[in-house]
Design a protein around this ligand. Sequence first.
Ligand SMILES: Nc1ncnc2c1ncn2[C@@H]1O[C@H](COP(=O)(O)OP(=O)(O)OP(=O)(O)O)[C@@H](O)[C@H]1O
Ligand SMILES: [Mg+2]
Length: 138
Amino acid sequence: MKIINSRSPFETEKAGEDFASNLTESKNLLVALYGDIGAGKTCFFKGVAKGFGIQGTVNSPTFSIINCYQGKKLPIFHIDAYRLKGHEEILNIGFEDYVSDGICFIEWPERIESLLPKSVIKVRFNIDNETERTITIE
Ligand SMILES: Nc1ncnc2c1ncn2[C@@H]1O[C@H](COP(=O)(O)OP(=O)(O)OP(=O)(O)O)[C@@H](O)[C@H]1O
Ligand SMILES: [Mg+2]
């Protein structure tokens, strides 16, 4: 377990970048990002994208539900489960195929908890105050 104290959005992004740099790209890898609204999940993923060498803008999948990027070897999926109503909806968007084809980063994973594989990496974001976050990587 790794605990990071972030004092700015920049540090959270850097934590994401370091996380991705230490990760071996492999299929069926799922990273669950837990934390309240504004905790820094998307900010962290922006760093992850950088770490994977993804160029260009990374937006929150709040409305799109899922964004797809090309990593070094595999597709990287950024999913926001916040708006999903029930498991059926996520299965309908092809969740299982995304998992088996690449690496998935999921915000609001508690919405689809029972669909998460056992091999999930859990990252928790805690809001300490306006500018500080505690990031725990399981
Ligand atoms: N140390 C910090 N790390 C990350 N974000 C921070 C930090 N301090 C302040 N912030 C602010 O908190 C917000 C984090 O937003 P972000 O979109 O990453 O949250 P989120 O967890 O993805 O929320 P949501 O559940 O709504 O998608 C930003 O407005 C950012 O500027
Ligand atoms: Mg977000």
